[in-house]
Design a protein around this ligand. Structure first.
Ligand SMILES: C[S@@+](CC[C@H](N)C(=O)[O-])C[C@H]1O[C@@H](n2cnc3c(N)ncnc32)[C@H](O)[C@@H]1O
Length: 209
């Protein structure tokens, strides 16, 4: 990335990750909770600890983001890029039920299940991070059955209830999208962006939990 002002919107995830490193994680990322195929780290130094519930690459260790193999207060930062699709049969085990995105990234049977995973991972991030540590959360809003699930807003609310402070919000604009499966009259804007939320653990902010 050129030496210019860091912006809140990019069309490259590399630019967003590099911006977060510059602003918040000068020594790089320490832990990736949801490694997937490792595409975050093609042009950026890979974190020391890489986990996934069902590792696709040998460098990832099998672990659940809700129960990481760390003692409390041991990490400076961690990044979480969970599945964001819902109402997908067989989504979690990468079978995908014929849906290409779900086969690649996994998914949830219901939005409640997605929120349970996000909420428990937020609590786990709080546990494993040092005070003032950073938690980077990638998420995307979804529309299902004409209902808008504003996931980035819901995630911010859950994280703030946990005690995290939102320090930054980056928008990643997609360069392209797979063709929409929708037929008939369009009723909502096609979602063409996702978020990188940067939270900081501020112990003093936490209510009595
Ligand atoms: C959107 S993909 C991550 C993509 C990744 N950032 C990359 O660059 O390739 C979501 C990943 O979360 C993993 N996952 C789903 N549930 C998980 C859990 N409870 N704990 C850890 N990983 C999980 C999936 O196996 C999948 O690899």
């Amino acid at each position: 990335m050129k030496n210019t002002t860091i912006r809140s919107v990019y069309d490259s995830q590399d630019d967003i990750l590099k911006s977060i490193i510059t602003l918040y994680c000068p020594d790089g990322f320490e832990c990736d909770m949801t490694y997937g195929n490792g595409s975050f780290w093609r042009n950026i130094p890979r974190p020391q600890y890489c986990f996934d519930i069902s590792p696709q690459k040998p460098e990832a260790v099998q672990a659940c983001s809700m129960q990481l193999p760390f003692s409390a207060g041991s990490l400076n930062n961690c990044v979480f890029d969970p599945p964001f699709l819902t109402y997908i049969k067989n989504g979690r085990d990468h079978q995908g039920g014929g849906v290409a995105m779900s086969a690649r990234y996994g998914g949830y049977y219901s939005y409640d299940e997605l929120e349970d995973h996000y909420r428990h991972t937020i609590s786990e991030a709080w546990r494993v991070l040092k005070d003032n540590g950073f938690f980077v959360f990638k998420c995307q809003d979804i529309i299902h059955n004409h209902r808008m699930h504003c996931t980035h807003y819901n995630t911010i609310m859950m994280a703030e209830i946990e005690g995290f402070t939102l320090r930054d919000l980056f928008v990643l604009v997609a360069k392209n999208r797979m063709p929409s499966p929708q037929k008939g009259t369009q009723r909502h804007a096609r979602i063409w962006h996702s978020y990188f939320l940067v939270f900081q653990k501020k112990k003093s902010r936490r209510s009595t939990k």
